[in-house]
Design a protein around this ligand. Structure first.
Ligand SMILES: Nc1ncnc2c1ncn2[C@@H]1O[C@H](COP(=O)(O)OP(=O)(O)OP(=O)(O)O)[C@@H](O)[C@H]1O
Length: 757
């Protein structure tokens, strides 16, 4: 056990990320006096009067008298930009600023960054050092802790809670947009309840749009609720029937959307063109479900004569863009050009794009759902709830009157659910259970998760625990195994985490870091129009690897090489030829660095940067494709597909076609996989990571052929039982044929013993 790092040996400062050292009494007095002087001299005003200003004393008094307060604030009241500042200001002006450190969570990267900018701007140049942000892959913390505000995503705060479980040194945690009820926020609320018990200095504010806030208050011991009315300039609603009438279309078109959540991209582009021709000046913000829809509407618009003259500025906004690319949406276009932002729901809450006058709302978003029978989780496009409609509409009317074009009828609006279903009730729970085990190692997952606001079904929790036991990160007693304690450091899905841990053991880190990053963010410019081109590019890179994962690794290695050695033309040509997204590749690069640091934190490599050097010892075997596939199998197992010769199609047995089976039943390969349609796969075994469900069938998104020998050596799969080898002689012959792989694998296999509990 001496190899196993203890996550909690050092406490880190949640504001600066450096080792935590509490201020001495003398240092605190000195810092408080300095802060007080700075604020008195700068005397920051409030740029713009907002409704919450009038409620400042009520909020402050509630926080003084109760350690938890719910602030129910209507859209535009100013809760996000003002309340954290009021808290800090109160302490600083009262001479105790050094003891005030406010963490403010935001549901997304874009809002954490843009709200931090806005608050810093309102405080002015002399005080902006008190404000900072930290999101995945990017951090600009305040100059020091003591008199500081840090805006951060919920995921980042959960990670900080691993290295500072009681949030020592933090005076306030403000959880914004609680009503969104994403799985991370629900976990955070449960952890904050226990932090409040352990850390007597901590106070918590839960900020939510208006809704059922009583349940939230009840969850925190019937804490007080402070209501703050909002302010919005008038926003005029138009539903689909009105929009079609305005455009001179027959209302029969209303049926366009009666068949469910599917969206007509041409209609969306028509509505945007209509606004551009006839609407008032001002920017347009269009909400679409996903990246493919954004690309498709953008291409549709750009193919139109009106949009080819350059008098519009079309800006896509998606979570895969870098922070810098996302910030483009806040820029004002040159005089006479209309800005058209095509966004997913990441623009739905907290952010203010100050020139938005028109909102076009497709009424749908992507949502994860989980089928406990097939154990497959899907990302489906589904209708939003009425509270999402209100939030979207609220993005216009923040700085001037506006218009909201809903691309669904009034009747459809009435049929929408009032609030979204909490994510915890509809997604697989492995990552959440993993987090629960890190934060509360002695509780059973079912007990821990019975304490969250909406407990998931017991069966769903049991499924999650079982699958973590199957991959070897939890033992029979549900404790983290030595492998699990290392996987706990990885900021990704537990299966990918295991893959990364194994890659360090097998000395082939870089290719598998690339795979894990590409499975988190797709490097290709996938859109409906590009589908065939992407497939062709993948086939060229794949050669005879029969592995979607080796394609990822090869693409990333070549891209890094071209970036390093090529000129601008060569770099652009590489992206164009392989249909790659520059911003996704940059994000992937960031993920590779983050995962490398995770390996270092887990004491599996000596330095994060070592992982990325092809010459390093950690990449000794990175060129051996068979080994990479074997490690992929070891990481992703029991995600295994058996390829069976002969299948029954339309009632007839066809001896030459193949059928594919996993432990949960029959599957098909997705059309994006290079293995789809391959008549002669070199092995009867495939491993896989992601699956989607469509029309009742399970489609495997990506897969890799694996050698049976890898199955023998690295898994507990019983090959003789499944009929791969009919006699021991045949098995021996087979093993000699693949001597080189055997030697490589067996030489390093003993290192795996490290992970036996
Ligand atoms: N970057 C900005 N540029 C211009 N005005 C802004 C900016 N940020 C905020 N505002 C102004 O402040 C108002 C309140 O913003 P804030 O984000 O604090 O509201 P909120 O109460 O959190 O609303 P919501 O819950 O809808 O996000 C906005 O409606 C807008 O008028």
């Amino acid at each position: 056990n001496r190899y196993i790092p203890n996550i909690y040996t050092i406490i880190y400062d949640a504001i600066t990320g450096r080792p935590y050292r509490p201020l001495s009494e003398h240092q605190a007095l000195h810092l408080s006096a300095r802060l007080q002087d700075q604020w008195e001299q700068a005397d920051p005003g409030l740029h713009l009067a907002l409704p919450v200003d009038a409620h400042r004393q009520r909020v402050i008094a509630a926080v003084a008298s109760s350690r938890v307060v719910v602030v129910a604030g209507e859209t535009g009241c100013g809760k996000t930009t003002r309340i954290p500042r009021f808290l800090l200001e109160e302490h600083v002006r009262g001479g105790v600023g050094a003891h005030c450190n406010v963490l403010v969570t935001q549901p997304r990267r874009i809002s954490a960054v843009s709200v931090a900018h806005r608050v810093a701007q309102e405080l002015g140049p002399a005080l902006k050092h008190c404000v900072g942000y930290q999101v995945r892959l990017e951090s600009r913390p305040p100059a020091h802790s003591g008199g500081s505000m840090l805006f951060l995503t919920v995921g980042v705060l959960l990670k900080k809670l691993q290295s500072n479980p009681h949030l020592e040194g933090i005076s306030h945690v403000v959880v914004d947009e609680v009503h969104e009820r994403d799985i991370n926020t629900d976990l955070l609320l449960a952890l904050l309840r226990s932090c409040l018990k352990e850390n007597p200095h901590l106070r918590v504010l839960l900020m939510s749009a208006t809704g059922d806030n009583h349940r939230l208050a009840h969850y925190f011991g019937d804490c007080p609720i402070v209501r703050v009315p909002g302010f919005m300039h008038p926003v005029q609603d138009r539903y689909l029937e009105d929009v079609l009438r305005d455009m001179g279309r027959p209302s029969v078109d209303v049926r366009v959307r009666s068949d469910g959540a599917s969206l007509d991209h041409h209609l969306v582009a028509d509505v945007i063109e209509h606004i551009d021709r006839h609407g008032e000046p001002g920017a347009v913000l269009c909400f679409l479900p996903g990246w493919q829809d954004i690309r498709s509407v953008q291409e549709n618009l750009e193919s139109r004569t009106r949009f080819s003259s350059g008098s519009q500025m079309i800006v896509p906004l998606h979570s895969s863009l870098s922070v810098a690319d996302q910030q483009v949406v806040f820029q004002r276009p040159p005089e006479g050009r209309r800005k058209i932002v095509l966004a997913t729901n990441i623009a739905e809450t907290s952010i203010t794009i100050d020139d938005i006058v028109h909102v076009v709302d497709a009424g749908t978003h992507k949502e994860h759902s989980y089928d406990p029978h097939t154990k497959v989780s899907c990302l489906d496009t589904v209708w939003i709830s009425r509270s999402n409609v209100t939030q979207r509409k609220g993005r216009a009317g923040r700085c001037q009157p506006g218009h909201s074009y809903h691309l669904f009828t009034r009747r459809q609006m009435e049929a929408l659910m009032p609030f979204p279903v909490p994510e915890i009730l509809r997604t697989p729970l492995e990552s959440l259970i993993m987090q629960a085990k890190i934060h509360s190692p002695n509780s059973k997952a079912v007990d821990f998760l019975s304490q969250v606001l909406d407990s998931p079904l017991k069966e769903a929790v049991r499924d999650g625990v079982q699958s973590l036991q199957d991959i070897g990160v939890l033992d029979k007693e549900e404790s983290l195994t030595p492998l699990g304690r290392r996987v706990a450091f990885m900021s990704c899905d537990p299966r990918l985490g295991k893959l990364l841990v194994l890659s360090s053991v097998f000395r082939c880190v870089l290719p598998l870091l690339s795979v894990a990053a590409c499975l988190t963010r797709d490097p290709f410019h996938n859109s409906l129009q590009n589908r065939a081109l992407v497939k062709k590019a993948k086939e060229t890179v794949s050669g005879s690897s029969y592995s979607d994962y080796l394609i990822f690794s090869r693409i990333i290695q070549t891209w890094r090489k071209v970036q390093h050695e090529g000129n601008r033309y060569q770099r652009d040509k590489f992206l164009e030829e392989h249909i790659l997204s520059r911003s996704s590749l940059r994000f992937i690069n960031g993920l590779i660095s983050q995962f490398s640091e995770n390996l270092c934190e887990a004491e599996l490599v000596s330095r994060g940067s070592e992982c990325q050097s092809p010459e390093s010892v950690y990449n000794t075997h990175s060129e051996q494709d068979e080994l990479l596939k074997a490690v992929l199998l070891a990481g992703l197992y029991p995600n295994l597909i058996q390829v069976m010769k002969g299948s029954v199609l339309k009632g007839r047995f066809r001896p030459n076609s193949v059928s594919l089976r996993t432990a949960s039943g029959q599957v098909l390969l997705h059309r994006s996989s290079v293995n789809r349609g391959q008549e002669k796969l070199p092995s009867r075994w495939l491993t896989f990571f992601g699956a989607v469900k469509s029309s009742g069938m399970v489609f495997i998104r990506d897969s890799s052929v694996v050698h049976p020998l890898a199955l023998l050596l690295l898994t507990d799969c019983d090959l003789t039982e499944t009929g791969t080898f009919s006699s021991l002689d045949q098995l021996q012959l087979f093993m000699f044929n693949y001597n080189s792989i055997r030697i490589t694998l067996t030489r390093i296999y003993p290192q795996l013993l490290l992970f036996s509990p």
